[in-house]
Design a protein around this ligand. Structure first.
Ligand code: SAM
Ligand code: DTB
Ligand code: SF4
Length: 336
């Protein structure tokens, strides 16, 4: 691929009309375009596996309407104190043994507090020492705090914009879209890789999806990892009864993300449990090349590992860091 070609494809100046045009393309044309871009930048048969762990669960002061961990709603999530370091490291080792290449730790905090920083650094450094990539999502954070986490061995910081700037107020009122952008800038300033995406299926319009992806693609650097979540409607949250977004519309969002951010990992994230094998296969074809792997997301259930291994095997896909075949040392996987 020539340098000019790469320059033309890696853009930070997307206009809304162009993104809307992508969303409005005939489905086959859209997928042909996204699949073609995907295979220019990645092995289309390889998927990256990240395992999630909630290291501090529930009673979050924020009012994100989708989130079962918000203290504003009566949900089934049992709040838990910050998990101790050894327990986190044990879970990370288990994730590695099951075949994950990255371990993502999430806390239900509005922002990272300095008093928790020493433990977070200890955790990152121990998880990194296992030979895993590390990711944390701890709410808003300052550059200085993020730099310390980076020095301790943090690779990625996850901080989603969730939706478009215009729709943001319908989803969260305890912080602003600009607060999110500020932390994203801090992440990039600290030299960490950014994991930033959003949720599809919260009642937003296609226009909102286009705006959200435009914000991501027009950042100074594209987030290296772009999680696209399908809303998991959680009991007790205001979105408990939201109707599921149409499969084809979700796949379109994956394809557009792939076209706009060709070198980023696009992650088929929360909500995968509701997707058939065929739908997941189409998402991979459209350009998704990462998943959350392991039977739990943060609090919500995720697909069973043996099912994922089976699906990836049927699709002839390999996982990053495991060149030959998808492998999982767990008994449940070996017997499947
Ligand atoms: N508290 C931190 C924050 O908000 O940045 C970190 C954890 S928060 C749970 C991480 C992300 O998970 C959210 O930004 C949202 O995109 C996603 N998420 C949370 N609940 C979800 C749900 N019910 N369905 C889909 N995605 C969800
Ligand atoms: C992301 O975009 N999705 C993950 C991760 N980043 C932290 C979280 C999904 C949470 C789904 C609901 C739950 O498990 O509570
Ligand atoms: Fe808190 Fe994050 Fe859930 Fe919002 S998404 S309520 S900030 S844990």
């Amino acid at each position: 691929m020539s340098i000019t070609q790469i320059k033309d494809e890696i853009r930070h100046n997307w206009r809304k009309e162009e993104v809307e045009q992508l969303f409005n393309k005939p489905f086959n044309d859209l997928l042909f375009e996204s699949a073609s871009i995907h295979r220019k930048y990645f092995d289309p048969n390889e998927v990256q596996l990240s395992t999630l762990m909630s290291i501090k669960t529930g009673s979050c002061p924020e009012d994100c309407k989708y989130c079962p961990q918000s203290a504003h709603y009566q949900t089934d999530v049992e709040k838990e104190a910050l998990v101790d370091t050894q327990e986190i490291v044990n879970a990370a080792q288990a994730a590695k043994d099951a075949g994950a290449s990255r371990f993502c730790m999430g806390a239900a905090w509005r922002n990272l507090n300095d008093r928790n920083l020493p433990q977070m650094k200890e955790v990152v450094s121990a998880v990194k020492d296992l030979g895993l990539e590390t990711c944390m999502t701890l709410g808003m954070a300052k550059t200085e705090q993020l730099s310390q986490l980076k020095d301790a061995g943090l690779d990625y910081y996850n901080h989603n914009i969730d939706t478009s700037e215009d729709y943001y107020n319908n989803i969260i009122t305890t912080r602003t879209f600009q607060d999110r952008l500020d932390t994203l800038e801090n992440i990039q300033e600290a030299g960490l890789k950014t994991c930033c995406g959003g949720i599809v299926g919260m009642g937003e319009s296609v226009d909102d999806r286009a705006s959200m992806l435009m914000t991501l693609a027009n950042l100074k650097q594209h987030p290296q990892s772009v999680p696209i979540n399908r809303l998991v409607p959680s009991k007790g949250t205001p979105f408990e009864k939201k109707e599921q977004v149409d499969d084809l519309d979700f796949i379109r969002a994956i394809a557009v993300a792939r076209i706009m951010m060709p070198r980023s990992y696009v992650r088929l994230s929360a909500g995968r449990e509701t997707m058939s094998d065929t739908m997941q296969a189409l998402c991979f074809f459209a350009g998704a090349n990462s998943i959350f792997y392991g039977e739990k997301l943060l609090t919500a259930p995720n697909n069973e590992k043996p099912d994922d291994i089976k699906l990836l095997t049927r699709l002839g896909m390999t996982t990053q860091g495991h060149e030959q075949e998808v492998s999982c040392k767990e008994k449940s996987c070996a017997s499947s």
